[in-house]
Ligand binder design. Structure first.
Ligand code: MLT
Ligand code: ZN
Length: 461
């Protein structure tokens, strides 16, 4: 170990796995943004809370910044280590520690993969309902750090709703036990909620108590083809009124073409500008009839051009793939991502304004839209043309994001709905949070992390 600081750490924690090989630094130093060149000092892979506390104390003494790291599926650069930081990977702290049938809670370590949590809940006849396409590789710790949303928010809310307790190592190395699984706890500031969505800037989550719930009734999955943007919110209003929605997701034909190019099968003949994948409770005949009636009404009104209902689980999965496959199908193009939200009632006006803005600003550039329209959350992925250098492309996207941020501000929206601010959206935080709020956030950060060792440069400077 040539670095003197790392030598101290190794002497103090002889069993700690520390990686410094170039391949490891690259692997652990980046997330899915792939925009920054990874350059961490080393990777630490602790296996216990004691080790995490010792690492944090060492980082304070040695003035080394720490980047907490989970599955690194983040899309905002929150887990990027490009400035000699220690990456503190929680991937070896990945176990289920406890299940309580009375409390209906699952206690897990932060490095556990979301899908493993789903499976663990399932073995007890329950569900952990936060879900999204990266389920096979994202970790609960990362989900907590960004207050991850996903495809079932319309029914179940964000990660925030499902965390009833957290153990967190604060900036001075102290262990905080927050809320301890209580449903009711009116005893002052709720630091657990403060930690959720703090992007690794206030503490390191070392254990989480997750609330579980009953599985939903059996459902049906429907794919709808829509003629225009106005129809989108009309169909949403109709379906929300008549059905018990579990998900209502949209994507464009442009997005679909990428997914089809990655091996998915077209489910509706012809191409239509917009599509919706929706899932709703359909455990009895009246519920199924209501779905059909809603579809027929939308068809008569001209809000829907065509549609298909999955007849089997395999077909339902194939329909879901058309929506969930979008991110992966674009990954090799390293899109510039916008992840914005407005109140549902503001979606139609915002969509019109945004559509005009993007058409004007990106005339020659492919823009892929998809997202959680039922939550007012839209993903706008901008693809770099091959002949446009990366630097010029990013500069153009940042210029447009500034305009987009102004539009969002007028509509009372957010520059980050669910991916987090990280490095990517830091320059636009003021469009969503007031100067007074940001000043308070800076103050809070200083209290939890006085020496500024946690994820410096992320969220805000
Ligand atoms: C999604 O909704 O698929 C995720 O937020 C990922 C993405 O936006 O690329
Ligand atoms: Zn999303």
């Amino acid at each position: 170990m040539s670095d003197a600081r790392l030598a101290v750490l190794s002497r103090r924690l002889p069993d700690l796995r520390l990686l410094t090989a170039a391949g490891d630094l690259e692997h652990y130093g980046r997330d899915w943004t792939r925009r920054w060149t990874p350059a961490p000092l080393a990777i630490a892979l602790p296996t216990s809370i004691d080790e995490v506390q010792a690492i944090v104390r060492w980082a304070n003494e040695q003035d080394v910044a720490i980047v907490p790291s989970g599955g690194r599926t983040g899309l905002s650069g929150g887990a990027v280590a490009a400035n000699g930081e220690l990456v503190l990977s929680l991937e070896r702290m990945n176990r289920v520690l406890d299940f309580d049938a009375v409390d209906r809670t699952l206690v897990v370590q932060p490095g556990i993969i979301l899908q493993t949590v789903h499976e663990a809940a399932h073995t007890h006849g329950l569900i952990y309902p936060v879900d999204f396409a990266a389920r096979g590789s994202c970790s609960i710790g990362g989900n907590i750090a960004t207050n991850a949303g996903g495809i079932r928010v319309i029914r179940y809310g964000n990660t925030r709703e499902w965390i009833v307790g957290l153990k967190v190592v604060a900036g001075n190395g102290e262990l905080l036990e927050l809320n301890r699984g209580l449903i009711k706890n009116s005893s002052g500031y709720d630091f657990r909620q403060l930690m959720i969505g703090s992007e690794g800037t206030l503490g390191i989550v070392v254990e989480a108590t997750l609330k579980l719930t009953d599985p939903p009734p059996s459902s049906q999955v429907m794919l709808l083809a829509l003629p225009d943007m106005d129809a989108l919110m009309r169909v949403f209003a109709l379906f929300r009124e008549r059905l018990q929605l579990q998900a209502f997701e949209f994507f464009t034909e442009v997005a679909l073409k990428h997914v089809l190019a990655h091996g998915a099968q077209r489910a509706i003949d012809g191409d239509y500008p917009y599509y919706v994948v929706t899932e709703f409770d359909a455990d009895d005949e009246p519920a199924q009839d209501a779905a059909l009636a809603a579809f027929e009404h939308a068809l008569e009104q001209g809000w829907v051009s065509d549609g298909v209902i999955a007849q089997s689980e395999a077909q339902a999965a194939a329909l879901w793939r058309l929506r969930e496959g979008v991110t992966e199908s674009l990954a090799s193009r390293r899109p510039y991502k916008n992840d914005v939200s407005v109140r549902i009632s503001a979606v139609p006006a915002f969509l019109h304004e945004m559509q005009a803005l993007l058409a004007h600003e990106y005339p020659q550039i492919e823009v892929v839209w998809f997202g959680h329209i039922g939550d007012g959350n839209l993903h706008i992925n901008v693809l770099r043309p091959e002949d446009l250098p990366e630097v010029a492309f990013i500069a153009q996207c940042e210029h447009v994001t500034k305009l987009l941020a102004e539009t969002l501000q007028r509509h009372g929206g957010s520059i980050s709905a669910e991916h987090g601010i990280g490095l990517v959206k830091r320059a636009y935080l003021e469009s969503t949070r007031s100067a007074a709020e940001i000043a308070l956030m800076q103050g809070v950060r200083k209290v939890f992390d006085p020496n500024g060792i946690f994820n410096p440069g992320k969220l805000f400077c």
